[in-house]
Design a protein around this ligand. Structure first.
Ligand SMILES: Cc1cc2nc3c(=O)[nH]c(=O)nc-3n(C[C@H](O)[C@H](O)[C@H](O)COP(=O)(O)OP(=O)(O)OC[C@H]3O[C@@H](n4cnc5c(N)ncnc54)[C@H](O)[C@@H]3O)c2cc1C
Length: 504
């Protein structure tokens, strides 16, 4: 089994991409984007489309798509990165939340559209998202989620309840009691998308410098100004204004410097407690034979998840493997990040157990590769897109685990903000959103590890209480009365949600 090597997705493309050159030395630009993941690359791509004359540079510590963007589960999902209730506190109220949700659904198609238009071969298949319940407690959560969605106005076209039989007819998950199906979701090969956006941005004139870590970002007016140096395109050059991105190769001075560093943000000065780098881990099987697929189904390539507290996510890959992810070691002390995606054996074993439980037909499948990556989690689990024209700085991120579509929408929004083009996107409620900071260590480490220990216990209790063969009354509320263990599991799950603030 391969372990790390950034991700299976990169290795499936033949290994790491050819390295672009590092920053050649100090330079001036209109816009400097720090971080070459989806957020930075989409922002550069759309901004270059809006303002073709602008000099836009992307500074990337490793290579474009090195971070979560080249390692994720490949769900282009319209799920909201955060809580409706929190976003509803913004000026747009509930209408703003509905606009954000609609924009995220449209974004799934936008990713497909650009992939086609730019000839990005990223295995995009819009097969919808299927969330499966395999215990009575999960089924109850699934129903609660559906009821909340209905209260917010979502009809069957957005979210549809499936009985156990209907669920298994799509994907034959063992013990599936029911499911929720959302059409607005697509499956992709994540690294191919990252590589494709980078190339498309370059075709629009964007300069990408790799192996160029930024050590600090200094806003305009904080001693990093340009001292009257002009010469950059745009009205009046930089005219003494400008933010600075500092690197060992020299400074990049630009009217706008955008931080698109997501799970790696805490390494930048002043950002230690802004976003918590949460680890997510994945395994992928060897290609499965036709007889196994005949048993499992999954013909529409739905992105697949469950309703466990420590949930799993999966996809059927274009080369007929199952790629499955979930939480392992959730967080490293002091916001440390993994080395090239290497994953511990206990996490691999636990994810393999989930795979075998859900897909007995794949019980013999060998695990070909395991890896992990970090996603950025804000303290209130709600994402932000923000830009301050006076300081020339902005950032987007904090998508928690659902950033593939969200980063496209954020990139388009950041491009509009930097271009000074008010648009429906710049009025969405995550624009200018502020989350409080995370607790200092060791409270942060203890809190996250305690939370996931609680969630795992809650999942165990809930499953232990579901005797083999207990079947929900499909479409109704029935099923066996929950045992004390199940109730305890559910209660612990609620406690975890209350402590963490994780939205449902
Ligand atoms: C294992 C895993 C599975 C996931 N599955 C899904 C999924 O299926 N669907 C979904 O919607 N979301 C998923 N996510 C989340 C999603 O991948 C991210 O939200 C998204 O990729 C974020 O993109 P980004 O560009 O903001 O961050 P990243 O892709 O992490 O990019 C940040 C980049 O910034 C660079 N960088 C950091 N610091 C600096 C610096 N100081 N100087 C220069 N460069 C720097 C990094 O090297 C990195 O390339 C998953 C995440 C992980 C880790």
């Amino acid at each position: 089994m391969h372990n790390g090597e950034v991700s299976y997705w990169w290795q499936a493309r033949g290994g790491f991409p050819a390295r672009r050159s590092s920053l050649p030395g100090p330079l001036e630009a209109d816009v400097c984007i720090v971080g070459g993941g989806y957020t930075g690359l989409w922002t550069a791509y759309y901004l270059a489309g809006l303002r073709p004359g602008m000099r836009i540079v992307v500074l990337e510590a490793a290579f474009a798509g090195y971070g979560a963007s080249g390692r994720n589960g490949g769900w282009v999902t319209s799920e909201l990165p955060g809580s409706r209730a929190i976003y509803a506190k913004a000026a747009g109220g509930t209408a703003g939340v509905r606009a954000l949700e609609a924009a995220l659904r449209e974004t799934v198609d936008e990713v497909g559209r650009v992939s086609a238009a730019e000839s990005i071969d990223c295995d995009f298949v819009k097969g919808g998202r299927l969330s499966v319940a395999t215990t009575q407690s999960q089924l109850a959560r699934l129903r609660a989620g559906l009821a909340a969605a209905r209260e917010w106005g979502d009809g069957n076209d957005v979210l549809e309840f499936l009985t156990g039989d209907e669920t298994r007819a799509r994907v034959n998950v063992a013990n599936a009691l029911g499911g929720l199906f959302a059409p607005a979701s697509a499956r992709i090969q994540p690294a191919s998308l990252a590589a494709g956006i980078a190339a498309a941005a370059e075709r629009r004139g964007v300069e990408i410098y790799e192996a160029t870590p930024v050590s600090a970002i200094t806003p305009a007016g904080a001693g990093g100004g340009l001292g009257g140096v002009g010469g950059v395109s745009g009205p009046g050059g930089l005219g003494g204004l400008g933010a600075v991105a500092r690197t060992k190769f020299g400074d990049v001075r630009a009217r706008s410097v955008l931080r698109c560093t997501e799970g790696y943000t805490s390494a930048l000065p002043g950002q230690r407690r802004t976003l918590l780098p949460m680890s997510s881990h994945m395994i992928v099987t060897e290609p499965l034979p036709a007889e196994v697929w005949a048993e499992i189904g999954w013909g529409s390539c739905e992105t697949l998840g469950d309703e466990a507290h420590a949930y799993m996510y999966a996809q059927r890959t274009a080369d007929d493997r199952i790629a499955l992810g979930g939480r392992g070691v959730p967080y490293r002390f002091g916001s440390a990040v993994d080395h090239l995606g290497e994953t511990d054996q206990a996490t691999v074993d636990s994810l393999t157990g989930v795979l075998r439980r859900m897909f007995p037909a794949a019980g013999d499948a060998a695990i070909a590769h395991a890896w992990c990556g970090v996603l950025g989690v804000p303290r209130d689990w709600c994402a932000t897109v923000t830009y301050n024209a006076a300081s020339g700085t902005g950032w987007a991120g904090g998508y928690t685990g659902v950033g593939v579509a969200a980063s496209n929408l954020a990139g388009r929004t950041l491009a509009d903000l930097v271009a000074g083009e008010p648009s429906p996107l710049t009025a969405l409620p995550w624009v200018g959103h502020r989350s409080r900071t995370w607790e200092p260590e060791p409270a942060r480490w203890a809190g996250v590890h305690g939370l996931y220990a609680l969630y795992r216990l809650a999942d165990r209790l809930e499953s232990a209480g579901a005797p083999e063969g207990t079947v929900a009354v499909e479409g109704g509320k029935g099923g066996a009365a929950p045992s004390t263990r199940v109730r305890l599991g559910e209660a612990l799950g609620h406690v975890g949600d209350a402590i963490s603030g994780i939205p449902h």
